[in-house]
Design a protein around this ligand. Sequence first.
Ligand code: SF4
Length: 309
Amino acid sequence: MAAKRKKTDDESIEAIDLITLLTPPSAAGCYEVEIQRPLPGEEFDLLKAAADLPDVPEPAQLRSLPAASTSRKPSATLHQLPASDKPSPQQSEQDIENLLTGMRKPRKPTRLQPLPDIADDSLTRIADEIAQCQKCDLCKTRNKTVPGAGPDSARLVFIGEAPGGDEDATGIPFVGRAGQHLDKILAAAGFKREEVFICNILKCRPPENRDPTLSEMICCTPYLQRQLRLLKPALIACLGNVAVKFVIGPESPGITRIHGQWFNSIFDIPTMAMYHPSFLLRSQGREKGSPNWQMWQDIQALKQRYDSL
Ligand code: SF4
């Protein structure tokens, strides 16, 4: 197998420019899913990135790009296009535009199936059903169920992965050390805890605070789906890697790469990926670039968007 050749700076720049080419010029603020730019030394799957692009205005904007941009050859770092899609040097600029337009075909993000209507549904009724729930084995080890807390007028919902020991003992979400850390972050950014809804994907604590399993999360999600249907929040903040990968999708990059970015989640609500406060507690540093520093930037960006609602 041929040894990997180190990319030159020019090749790296070319790869990033091509992504920019595939991104509508007015992308900022138009859609939620950001294209993941390759890290230095990382290969980038152009076709996958193109397929992931959401609905965008069609070709007028592409035609307005400078000719020099559309005539670039894909860099050596990009995956090979299928033979039938490869532009030959003889192909006209129009051919290349057609190719890029085809690659930008809208693809609807994954959404949850809508739940059947439930007459007189309410947050209280959902909490009562959760308290009786035996849909997964976590009902055997829980002390209290933790449905979530907050006003039914909340415009912002924070979603973690599962209750911990303190939450299992009290039935209230985010009341342990991690919850107190979240409270401080919220207060520092100008949020009142009473104005937001805070909950988890799972409503029962997994033993030893292990990660939730996929089947547990699938089992429990209809409760969260019903809560969100009633709340109709404008924004979601998704806390931690497990919750982010479930709410945004299993192919989502890790939280350290996508924190602070906005996505359309499976709930079809603009969602910001954020660090989980328990991770921040383990990361003591506050210096620039540290997770706590990054969280501070992210929560301020969240507050800014929240204030603009
Ligand atoms: S975790 Fe969810 S699905 Fe499992 S028992 Fe608790 S409420 Fe029911």
